[in-house]
Design a protein around this ligand. Sequence first.
Ligand code: GLU
Length: 603
Amino acid sequence: MKSILHAARRTPVPQWTCNACRGIGDATTTFRPKNAARLTTAEQLRQAGPARTRFAPSPTGYLHLGSLRTALFNFMIAKATGGQFLLRIEDTDQKRTVKDAEERLYKDLEWAGIEWDEGPNIGGPYGPYKQSQRTTLYKEHADHLLETGNAYRCFCSARELDTRARYRAGLGLPPDYDRKCAHIPKEESDDRAAKGDAHVIRLFVRDRYPAFDDIVYGTVRPRTMIKSKAYEGSFDDPILLKSDGFPTYHLANVVDDHLMNITHVIRGAEWMSSTPKHVALYQAFGWSPPRFAHVGLLVDKDRQKLSKRLESMSMKELRDANGVFPETLTNFVALLGWSHNIRSDVLSMQDLIENASMKFTKGDTVVSLEKLWFLQKRHAARYASLQPPKPINPSHDLEELAVKPIMRSLDRQFLRAPHRFSFYRTLPEGSARLDFVRLLLWADALNYTSPDDFILRHVYFFAQPTSVALLSNSYRLVLYQLPPEANNTLPTSKFLPMFQTIYDLSEQDWSKPELKARIANIVDNGIAETLEELKKTNKDLYGSKIDSTVHKSWGNLVHGYIRWATMVGKPGPGGADTMAILGRTESLRRLKVAEDILQRSSD
Ligand code: GLU
């Protein structure tokens, strides 16, 4: 009776042909593709030809920033090269499977605009795309490795393994496997298996784990290259098939990537330590591995692992609770560990695909949510400028993305605290309120982040400013940066009547352009008057730089006053926009309240 170890020794070491390097190596050869281009520019990537990539999540949790980024990078590369992007569900760990994870995953990817060409619910030429439906295939492949002496059955019980691992750990040795079962003669092993003796199948790893060439990290050498010599009697022979007949991640992942013709594996750096095992498996099968690109981990500002809160930020939370747009999120995660040569960081999905490359950053990437909100504002402004009649993609439509969520949030808040909506409640329910929100959003899209923030930012569009609020944020009628004589000529009694032109505007003519023209007129009159005054009193200044200072000061004064009167000075759209949105009655009412306060304080 010969042991499988002997059999393995007798069996010629499998030869494997690497299509990429066209070389022949044995199980100890470093895998290095001949065309090891880093693919760091969009041109290089395209020249390399169509890529078949995949996203292979385990349904043990929901999509989060890190996994979305992995999916997106794979999607971008496939689309940029005219290749295919596959979705494969790695559900071999049934115990850890979360019930609705798979359903949510489909929804979340679709929402993000990441569409797969082949996958569980649409099928494809290499299906099924769920690993739990491919178990026979893995078993056949594990058996093949048994036959070729590249694997062996291990009958050790979990308890036995644990006892031995503890003992080894006590000696300061790695708790790996001692290969006890590799010495069981093949016939005996077959016999015991036929009798139903519980066992796993392990890969018989030769002396060295191969180094591999990574697109991001270059040549990666496993830390313990020569296992048997470095740690006598300790072998890292990974389990391929578990005792329940289910494959482990290593076996299923390699078999599927090969059978599904995957050309590039882009995944998180947390999988990098598994890759030598995978390359060893490819070699044991005699297959040529795909190219690997490992992308760094996501960390917080203190370079710590992402906080639980950030890490677990599910798509649902980002989308439903924070109102993040799909393209904001894909833009945001794309920038986490990928660099590009484009001038702006604000990139639509189309831009991402057009500029895709494998210029991934080595090392960890810091996640800061400030960038997310910056991008959200830019995308909101971009969508606001894509006015109909241009056909609008629903996932780029502010109506769906922002107006509806704002209305929902308003309804909720209104119910809770109606007093905070003293103006909004005066608008007739229905389309008038909707139009009001719509106008406001379009006027200030460049500052839109989320529904709640929108309502808070524009609090005085919803509530009438109280005199108390106006008084506690008092407004000073001062022409800043001008000599005192310019201000001497600016009494309240002269300033306030200048606004008569606004009062004179009829309901019919109450519009942004008309208001804009009248406000500009007020500013011009003020400038003329001040320049005239300065000419009389301070001849030296007239005609010098003072001219532009007067322009600026009057601009600030008039616009500042309108902002104070209508919005208690809070930032938001410009004065003409604000008054157009509030309407004539409300705007004039607010101007009047402000006027009374100014007048009273100047008495
Ligand atoms: N199923 C693994 C995961 O959950 C796949 C890792 C890989 O891409 O190889 O991320």
